[in-house]
Design a binder for this molecule. Structure first.
Ligand code: COA
Length: 312
């Protein structure tokens, strides 16, 4: 029995901050942000809305979409680098809020690759029959670790949450193959500094991302016994449209076969891939038995990809 995604949900905060809003408070321009990153606006959480609140809302939506109850969850995995506090974990907080009384719970720290790390971890527990259903949430309140005086980073990020229920799916469907990776020597390129702010060497992260995203996507496609021509849809981490385009070109895919929702959300780190998946499902872009590839990279440095035959 293969493990696959049997339900999805998401949540983005109400408040929208546009590039024009940022122009008013820092030395930047809508033109620079759009042409260098593809971002036009992002959602920013309210002061009294923390990571666990967004995770809870996305999780509720995913449970509903999967048609299961919180009691049926055996495990909750929350990928985040912006938990409400180091402990209790966000996963334990939402375990209580959801009433998921039968679920174990832990957080995963893999930055923007966290959603992929979560899906791959869930796959192991489903396929060895440990649990029937696992909730995976990618969630970030990056606005609370953003230095709003650093234009190099402040324009890039947004807040939000995306959730998936992983369970057993029918033969031939589900998460076919995966790749996870890490390179701690690149930790210095993207990290949280002593003031708790995001610090980034944009050029180094850019080079790494261009190299790794295309390669990881190819690796999972080939491991699954397919070629790049078989791919129906690519869902890359929404960090920068130019990085996403390079992955798409590596796979020789037309632009209508890649999720590009970055302009509305910015980079929401662990929530980014899951949020793009939900949006494209809602747009009717993904169909049963499509071969889809989810691929991401992030701080750590980390990366990850999965090839999925969509459907339950
Ligand atoms: N507004 C206006 N100018 C800005 C700016 C902003 N928000 N941010 C940086 N600049 C300036 C820089 O200071 C630099 O000026 P200088 O040449 O006078 O020093 C200039 O723009 C060009 O900077 P450069 O680094 O060459 O731009 P770039 O084309 O590489 O784009 C990033 C910068 C950050 C968009 C790009 O490097 C990137 O996306 N990197 C990957 C980041 C990422 O994905 N992070 C998340 C990982 S999960």
């Amino acid at each position: 029995m293969n493990a696959g995604i049997v339900g999805v949900g998401r949540y983005v905060p109400e408040k929208v901050v546009t590039n024009l809003d940022l122009e008013k408070v820092m030395d930047t321009s809508d033109e620079w942000i759009r042409t260098r990153t593809g971002i036009e606006e992002r959602h920013i959480a309210a002061d009294d809305e923390d990571t666990s609140d967004m995770a809870f809302n996305a999780a509720k939506n995913a449970l509903k979409n999967a048609g299961i109850t919180a009691e049926q969850l055996g495990l909750i995995l929350v990928a985040t680098v912006t938990p409400d506090q180091p402990f209790p974990s966000v996963s334990c907080m939402i375990q209580e809020q959801l009433g998921a009384v039968n679920a174990a719970a832990m957080d995963i720290s893999a930055a923007c690759s966290g959603y992929i790390y979560g899906l791959v971890t869930a796959k192991q527990f489903i396929e060895n029959n440990a649990y029937d259903y696992i909730l995976v949430v990618g969630v970030e309140k990056l606005s609370k670790i953003t230095d709003w005086e650093d234009r190099n980073t402040a324009v890039l990020f947004g807040d939000g949450a995306a959730a998936a229920i992983v369970g057993k799916v029918s033969e031939g469907r589900g998460i076919l193959t995966y790749e996870l990776g890490a390179d701690g020597t690149g930790g210095k390129y993207l990290y949280q500094n002593e003031k708790n702010y995001i610090t980034m060497n944009g050029r180094e992260v850019f080079k790494f991302a261009v190299r790794q995203m295309g390669q990881s996507a190819i690796n999972v496609i080939e491991k699954a016994g397919y070629t790049k021509n078989d791919v129906d849809y690519l869902i890359p981490h929404q960090a920068n449209i130019r990085i996403m385009e390079s992955a798409r070109q590596r796979l020789d895919l037309p632009s209508e076969k890649m999720a590009a929702v970055i302009k509305k959300y910015g980079n929401t780190s662990a929530a980014s891939i899951g949020n793009a998946l939900v949006e494209e499902l809602e747009n009717g872009k993904i169909h049963d038995d499509d071969l889809i590839v989810l691929v991401g990279f992030g701080g750590g440095l980390t990366w990850g990809a999965v090839a999925i035959k969509w459907g339950r």
